[in-house]
Design a protein around this ligand. Structure first.
Ligand code: SF4
Length: 397
C-alpha cells in the first residue's frame, strides 16, 4: 500500500470555495467519528468547545463546503489551535485518514494552510500582524546585538559544527545559548555561530505567513552554507522544529543536519566527553515542550540528561498526562486568546506544583520560558529552572 507524504491540500481556499480535495478529506474525518484528540487538545481543555479540535476543524470545513456554516465562523475557529501536534500523534484518523489509510494528513498542516489561505485572500488575522513586524525588526538587528549572548566566548563565524541561535533566543533568553556554548566548549567541541541569523521562521509558519517564512529560511540556509555548516546544533525547541520539519519542504536537499541540543549533549555525555559530576540537589519535574515531544519526538534525551545529574531527583509527570500540556505560547494562540493562553500556563504550573516538587525544568525553549516566567511572577511555585543552567552547574561551568 502506498502512503503518500505529499503536501496535501495544495489547492487554496479562495473566492469562497472549499477545494473538492479538502472537502473530501474533511468528510472522511467527519465520517470516521474519531475523537481521540479532544481531551489531549490544549485549546479544547480551555474552551470545552468541540469546534476547537482536529475533528471540529475538519467538520467545520465540511459544513462550509456544504454552505451550512460561514467562512467567518471558520476563520475564528481556526485561531483556537496552538499547533502543539498532540492530536496528530493521538488521533489515528489524522495520521492515517483522509481517505482511510491511503494518505497521510496532519491537523497542524491543515490549520496552517487554512490560516495561509485567509491571509492570501486578503482576509488575514489582524492579531497576527505583529509577526510580520517582528520579522522586519529582526532583519534590522545588528550582528553585535544578535551575538551579545556569546561575548567573551571567542566563537568564530565558521565551522562544520554551528550553534544556531536565532534572534528570539539571542535577545529574550540569552542565558540558554550561552550555557549551551559553554557546555560544548567544556566537551572540547570546535564550533562556530552565525554572524547574522534571522528568525528561524516558526511564528510565521504557525500563523500561515509562508512566504515570509520561506524568505527567512533561505537567508538562514545561505548563512549556514557560507559558514561551512554540516552539523547544526539548535538550542531552541521551536527553531529546531522549524529547521527539522519545515526547511526540508523549502530545499530539495539540505547540506547540513539539524540536531537538537539535548540529543547532541546526550551523545557527549555518553561518549564521556562531557562530565556531569557536580551534584545539583533539587527535586523537580520536567516540562515537555510541544515542539519536542509531540512535533519532533524528543522526550528521552532531556530526561536522560537530567538523570545523569548527581542528586537531582526527577519526579516525572504521569506517562499519559505528560502528553497533554502546552504553555499556550505557540501558534499565535497567546495573541488571539490571551486569557485562555494564561490559563493554560497556570494550569501547567499547578499540575507541576501538585507533584510536590521544588522546581519545574524547562528544556531549551525560549517561548515556554518567556510564557512561564510571565505567569509565575505572581506565584513562583514551583520555581522555574532551565535545563541548560542545571547541566552547566553539574558540569562545573
Ligand atoms: S494541534 Fe494541538 S491545539 Fe491544535 S487541534 Fe491539535 S491538539 Fe488541539
Amino acid at each position: 500500500m502506498h502512503i503518500s507524504t505529499k503536501r496535501f491540500y495544495d489547492k487554496p481556499i479562495k473566492n469562497g470555495v472549499i477545494p473538492e480535495e479538502l472537502a473530501y478529506d474533511a468528510f472522511m474525518m467527519f465520517a470516521s467519528r474519531h475523537k481521540h484528540d479532544r481531551e489531549i487538545c490544549p485549546a479544547f481543555q480551555e474552551s470545552r468547545n468541540e469546534s476547537h479540535t482536529a475533528y471540529g476543524f475538519h467538520t467545520s470545513i465540511l459544513a462550509v463546503s456544504r454552505k451550512l456554516a460561514s467562512f467567518e465562523e471558520l476563520k475564528e475557529q481556526f485561531t483556537h489551535c496552538t499547533g502543539c501536534g498532540a492530536c496528530d500523534i493521538r488521533d489515528p484518523n489524522n495520521l492515517l485518514a483522509g481517505d482511510y489509510y491511503l494518505r497521510t494528513t496532519t491537523n497542524v498542516d491543515l490549520v496552517r494552510k487554512v490560516r495561509h489561505d485567509f491571509l492570501a485572500s486578503g482576509n488575514g488575522y489582524k492579531e497576527w500582524a505583529f509577526v510580520g513586524k517582528h520579522l522586519e525588526e529582526h532583519k534590522r538587528h545588528k550582528t553585535d546585538e544578535l551575538t551579545r549572548w556569546a561575548d567573551g566566548l571567542g566563537l568564530p563565524n565558521k565551522g562544520s559544527t554551528i550553534l544556531f541561535v536565532d534572534c528570539l533566543s539571542a535577545l529574550q533568553t540569552p542565558e540558554i545559548p550561552r550555557a549551551t556554548a559553554k557546555l560544548l566548549q567544556a566537551a572540547g567541541i570546535n564550533f562556530g555561530i552565525l554572524s547574522e541569523p534571522w528568525d528561524a521562521g516558526a511564528e510565521a509558519i504557525e500563523t500561515g505567513q509562508f512566504e515570509a517564512a520561506e524568505e527567512y529560511a533561505r537567508h538562514n540556509a545561505q548563512q549556514l552554507k557560507d559558514a561551512g555548516a554540516k552539523t547544526v546544533v539548535v538550542p531552541d525547541a521551536m527553531a529546531y522544529e522549524t529547521l527539522y520539519l519545515e526547511y526540508p519542504k523549502v530545499f530539495s536537499s539540505m547540506p547540513f543536519k539539524p540536531i537538537f541540543a539535548t540529543d547532541y549533549l546526550d551523545h557527549l555525555v555518553e561518549d564521556g566527553m562531557l562530565k556531569l559530576e557536580k551534584p545539583v540537589k533539587v527535586r523537580a519535574t520536567y516540562h515537555d515542550t510541544c515542539s519536542l515531544n509531540m512535533r519532533t519526538g524528543i522526550w528521552e534525551t532531556p530526561r536522560r540528561l537530567l538523570r545523569s545529574v548527581p542528586e537531582l531527583e526527577l519526579v516525572d509527570e504521569f506517562h499519559i498526562e505528560q502528553w497533554w500540556y502546552c504553555c499556550g505560547n505557540k501558534g499565535g494562540y497567546k495573541q488571539t486568546h490571551p486569557d485562555l493562553s494564561k490559563d493554560l500556563a497556570s494550569g501547567r504550573l499547578k499540575s507541576a506544583a501538585d507533584l510536590g516538587v521544588d522546581g519545574m525544568i524547562l528544556g531549551f525553549s525560549p517561548r515556554c520560558s518567556m510564557q512561564f516566567r510571565e505567569i509565575s511572577k505572581k506565584n513562583p511555585n514551583p520555581k522555574l529552572m532551565e535545563l541548560s543552567g542545571i547541566l552547566a552547574e553539574s558540569a562545573g561551568i
